[in-house]
Design a protein around this ligand. Structure first.
Ligand code: GRF
Length: 270
């Protein structure tokens, strides 16, 4: 892992403003994290965060999910799937689509995701990243993509930042969900991704108080300020090879055995 300078190579995927990506780039530049951002990709050409990369001379690419879906709907035969893709197998392993969705729709959804993900993989591979960080990337990733990045099951390589204290409030609007629930504490979480929605093993969390004076806007501001600290901290733990995924089992009160993946943080050099 890493290159001759000992820095790990980070790839990032974004959809929006990219303030987390900026925090990561700045932490790399300051030397707070032993890493460099080698490429950033977006799922839409309008992602403002791409401009941040241009300012820092970081290569970028766009895989336009919307146009892939549009082309597939117009002419599925004109969009052949990659030879290594098995839509049925991916569908069987993913946990995001509800069983209630008609099979034809589910297959089409997975097919368009695989088409997009194959393009992501081609772009990412040419930059040989050690770690992929999702920084406000508003697309879920299928097992097709995840398995091709996580080639060693014991060493996941895709991190995400989520705007809530998971497992509370998974989904797309964690700060709003936290605020509307009347929570007195909000927070953010960095986790490795798995096949579910914001369900992967937790690496780090930061919390902040929500006071009666807060509005949704101030909650978002407080949260983002914590995200910009948390993400570089977690990336540095990865760069120091201090993150270990393991299975943790315990017996529930009803007698059932519960097992899930957790992340242990190894002590740093003293
Ligand atoms: C952040 O709140 C992050 O937690 C969520 O999307 C937002 C992205 O913000 N996943 P930015 O694009 O990094 O500014």
């Amino acid at each position: 892992m890493g290159n001759t300078t000992g820095k790990i190579r980070i790839a990032a995927l974004i959809s929006g403003g990219g303030s987390n990506l900026q925090a990561i780039i700045d932490a790399c530049d300051r030397g707070t994290i032993n890493a460099e951002v080698v490429v950033a990709g977006a799922d839409r050409p309008s992602a403002k965060g791409l401009e941040r990369c241009h300012r820092h001379g970081i290569p970028t690419f766009v895989v336009d999910y919307r146009s892939i879906v549009r082309c597939f709907e117009q002419d599925p035969a004109g969009m052949p799937l990659p030879p290594d893709a098995d839509v049925q197998a991916v569908l069987a392993r993913q946990t995001l689509l509800s069983d209630g969705m008609p099979m034809e729709k589910r297959l089409a959804f997975i097919a368009t995701r695989i088409l997009a993900e194959a393009r992501l993989l081609a772009q990412l591979r040419s930059h040989a990243p050690d770690l992929l960080v999702l920084a406000g990337f508003m697309r879920t990733l299928t097992p097709y993509f995840i398995d091709r990045i996580n080639t060693d099951a014991a060493r996941p390589r895709i991190m995400n930042i989520h705007p809530a204290l998971l497992p509370a409030f998974p989904g797309t609007d964690g700060y709003a969900d936290t605020f509307r629930h009347g929570c007195k504490v909000g927070g953010c979480t960095v986790h490795f991704i798995d096949y579910g929605e914001d369900s992967g093993p937790i690496i780090g969390q930061r919390a902040f108080a929500i006071t009666p004076e807060d509005t949704l806007d101030t909650v978002r501001e407080k949260g983002l300020a914590q995200e910009w600290l948390l993400y570089p901290e977690c990336i540095q733990l990865y760069a120091e090879n201090r993150l270990r995924k393991r299975q943790m089992s315990h017996r529930l009160p009803d007698g059932r055995q519960s097992t899930r993946s957790v992340v242990d943080i190894l002590p740093g050099p003293s």
